[in-house]
Design a protein around this ligand. Structure first.
Ligand code: ADP
Length: 248
């Protein structure tokens, strides 16, 4: 197997809304198996960047290259998801009236385009896969619980588990720890590190304690471009980052 040199490469990407440059000559590389944290003030373009990667927004100029050769700017959202890019939005969207197990089963079936059929027969491999995901998200003991009865943090983890059922090569996660307790926030850092052992993860967060816990390369965006990139110590001591974000 030949591994991609870069899993994701945004090359000089720009997009304007009504003449306002939301993304301005943005370049960014994510390596295979990398966990990357994205920080930056409101309006920096973090959401727009995720929208561009997933094909929800098409850039005006620049390219988004997946696995060295695939230009995502030529593909639509469904194709990009199929290529192995999963996205977790900020708010959890689990099926509250189903159990944890059934949510994962639905997600597994959905990944195979078996829509709406909860009790589509699962193979032994499928069941093992669901058990494995339950272990990863540390919710084996909650598998028969209705999702409605989970804590906010557990709902977030369940949704991450549902995305894992689709075996993404790249997982994009938007502000996962917003509204979580300190204990849940620490657990989430461990969870994302665990997940990044087998795939790449890009996580947008404002919680600097969480970012510090992750201990990975950080990219700070501002006004649609990269303001600083490197270790959290390097980035958080950058005068431009202090002026535009941390010092506010
Ligand atoms: P962040 O996620 O970092 O807070 P966004 O990507 O949401 O930043 O927004 C970047 C800028 O682009 C903001 O000024 C926002 O108002 C603007 N913007 C984002 N999406 C649209 C849109 N669909 N139409 C007009 N302006 C937009």
């Amino acid at each position: 197997e030949t591994r991609a040199k870069s899993l994701l490469y945004l090359e000089d990407v720009s997009v304007s809304f009504d003449g306002f440059k939301a993304i301005n000559s943005l370049s960014l590389v994510v390596e295979p198996g990398e966990l990357r944290a994205i920080i930056g003030p409101n309006g920096a373009g973090k959401t727009t960047m995720m929208d561009i990667i997933t094909g929800k927004t098409r850039p005006d100029t620049g390219r988004v290259i997946f696995e060295d050769t695939i230009d995502l700017t030529k593909k639509d959202e469904a194709d990009i998801a199929q290529l192995g890019i999963g996205r977790k939005f900020q708010k959890p969207t689990v099926f509250e009236s189903h159990t944890v197990w059934d949510n994962l089963e639905l997600a597994l079936n959905r990944s195979r385009s078996v829509f709406g059929t909860l009790f589509y027969t699962l193979s032994a491999d499928d069941k093992a896969r669901i058990e494995e995901i339950l272990e990863t998200i540390r919710m084996t003991h909650r598998k028969n619980e209705y999702a409605a009865n989970l804590s906010h943090g557990q709902k977030q983890w369940l949704e991450i588990g549902m995305l894992l059922a689709q075996e993404p090569k790249l997982l994009l996660v938007d502000e996962p720890v917003a509204g979580m307790t300190d204990a849940e926030t620490s657990e989430t850092a461990l969870l994302l590190k665990e997940i990044a052992k087998t795939r790449s993860v890009v996580v947008v967060e404002h919680d600097m304690g969480f970012i510090r816990d992750l201990g990975v390369k950080v990219t700070c965006l501002a006004e649609g471009s990269v303001l600083a990139e490197g270790s959290i110590d390097f980035v958080s001591n950058d005068p431009k980052v202090i002026e535009n974000y941390l010092g506010r």
